[in-house]
Design a protein around this ligand. Structure first.
Ligand SMILES: [Fe+2]
Length: 448
């Protein structure tokens, strides 16, 4: 599996072009696979008011690619300026997208293929250094990540879709026999480098690198599991306002929440629907399809709290031996299948305790992949933030409406996942592949 990291500054222009072309093609195969497995009727249909029709995501990916790579980077003539507005996410809410005069499935496929042909031509000709937008092929990297993020969104649409399974993948590996899966890890007080100024394809919100002091904290060695979460549900957690924030309780009442999304009780057993299959909820998997509010209520019930974003990143990156921050918990090497459950190789999170080689120096596991993890922190700019290449990438989302999620899920591609990568969403969102782990502040006695 490949991601492009700081090593790309040493590549020749030819090598860099080759690597970019590989990433573009690999990403497009994923988009094609997600849209070729259903028929035209399912492509244009809205599977949930929370999501766009799949055919919108497909052409939107092409439209963004045309605007940034063909027109801006390439300086070429616009192919379809007439459809810019249809595929502008800021112009039309997801719920209204099915009513728009969208390109049909075949037209959309042709459109994205035509754009891609032009992009390969631009990639062959444009210098990849000397202009900030194209330095180290940044704009191409931004577009690869954008498409991969929409692929994860399309995967979430597949999860919401009703009907027989159309996606198939082997189960993730089981943890080694006898792996300890409960417990917390103490991260001692001190400062560390948060964010990055080096990662060539890092997005504006991950920049710049800056020092942050973090007090002593304990963090769960693994994400909260379905078995853990059962206990909260079965002890009446969804009936007791004392565990919930005021806003969370209002949301629970309004939405009628009783358990994570896709769970159904059948007699004494909780069942779940997963990409069209109905199965018992597996005890040892990280819980997912919970909102920020549910994560926070669980943490309160457990006598803990959610980690702040800085705590999460320190747990994931800080190497106490060298004092530096790594790209990933296991080091600087690009993610391989033995490190983390990424890239839709599997259609579910792996049981806790899996991927021992992916642990952080302090011994925190599964920070990358499996499930996105809700943090306690509002999405906000780092000190020295500069919007790039446009305000609509991140800046317009900063503020208390969005909570930060970290670490990526089984459906996140390695190209759009690093220990600095920041995702954000509304605290009520449940259809995303999100779970959480807890943290807490140690007592004096625990520190002595
Ligand atoms: Fe988009």
């Amino acid at each position: 599996m490949s991601t492009l990291g700081p090593e790309i500054v040493d590549l020749s222009a030819e090598e860099l072009r080759e690597r970019v072309a590989v990433e573009l093609d690999r990403t497009r195969r994923r988009s094609a696979a997600l849209t070729d497995v259903v028929d035209d009727e399912e492509l244009v249909k809205q599977h949930s008011p929370l999501m766009s029709p799949l055919v919108w995501d497909l052409a939107h990916v092409g439209s963004q690619e045309e605007q940034w790579l063909v027109r801006d980077v390439g300086g070429r003539r616009a192919l379809r300026p007439d459809i810019d507005d249809l595929y502008d996410a800021f112009q039309h809410a997801r719920a209204e997208r099915p009513e728009l005069p969208l390109l049909g499935p075949e037209e959309s496929r042709q459109y994205v293929a035509t754009v891609r042909d032009k992009v390969h031509d631009v990639l062959d000709r444009v210098p990849l250094r000397g202009r900030r937008l194209v330095d180290n092929a940044f704009a191409f990297g931004m577009i690869v990540q954008h498409e991969q993020q929409h692929d994860e969104t399309m995967l979430a649409t597949h999860q919401l879709r009703r009907g027989d399974p159309v996606l198939h993948a082997p189960d993730p590996p089981a943890p080694p026999e006898g792996t300890e899966t409960s417990g917390e890890v103490l991260i001692p007080a001190g400062s560390f480098t948060m964010g990055t100024s080096e990662e060539p394809w890092a997005l504006d919100n991950e920049r710049p690198a800056h020092r942050v002091h973090v007090d002593d904290f304990l963090i769960d060695a693994h994400p909260v599991t379905n078995a853990d979460f059962f206990r909260f549900v079965d002890s009446g957690g969804y009936q007791q306002p004392r565990w919930w924030s005021e806003e969370g309780w209002r949301y629970l009442r309004h939405a009628g929440l009783e358990a994570p999304l896709f769970w159904r009780r059948s007699g004494d057993v909780w069942m779940r629907r997963r990409f069209g299959r109905v199965e018992p909820v597996p005890a040892r998997e990280p819980v997912m399809h919970v909102s920020f509010h549910e994560a926070l209520a669980y943490a309160n019930w457990a006598g803990k709290r959610l980690p702040t974003e800085a705590e999460w990143e320190k747990a994931a990156r800080f190497d106490p031996r060298s004092g530096r921050s790594r790209r990933y918990p296991w080091g600087d090497a690009a993610p391989e299948p033995h490190h983390a459950n990424l890239g839709q190789r599997h259609l579910r999170p792996a049981p806790v305790g899996s991927f021992p080689e992916g642990r952080s120096p302090a011994g925190v596991g599964q920070l990358i992949g499996d499930v996105w993890e809700w943090t306690a922190t509002d999405f906000a700019p780092y000190p020295g933030f500069e919007a790039f290449p446009y305000r609509e990438y991140s800046e317009v989302f900063f503020g208390p409406s969005y909570k930060v999620l970290r670490g990526g899920s089984f459906g996140t591609d390695p190209a759009a996942c690093r220990a600095t990568f920041r995702n954000w969403d509304f605290p009520v969102r449940r259809q995303i592949f999100a779970g959480f782990r807890c943290a807490r502040t140690p007592s004096r006695a625990e520190l002595d």
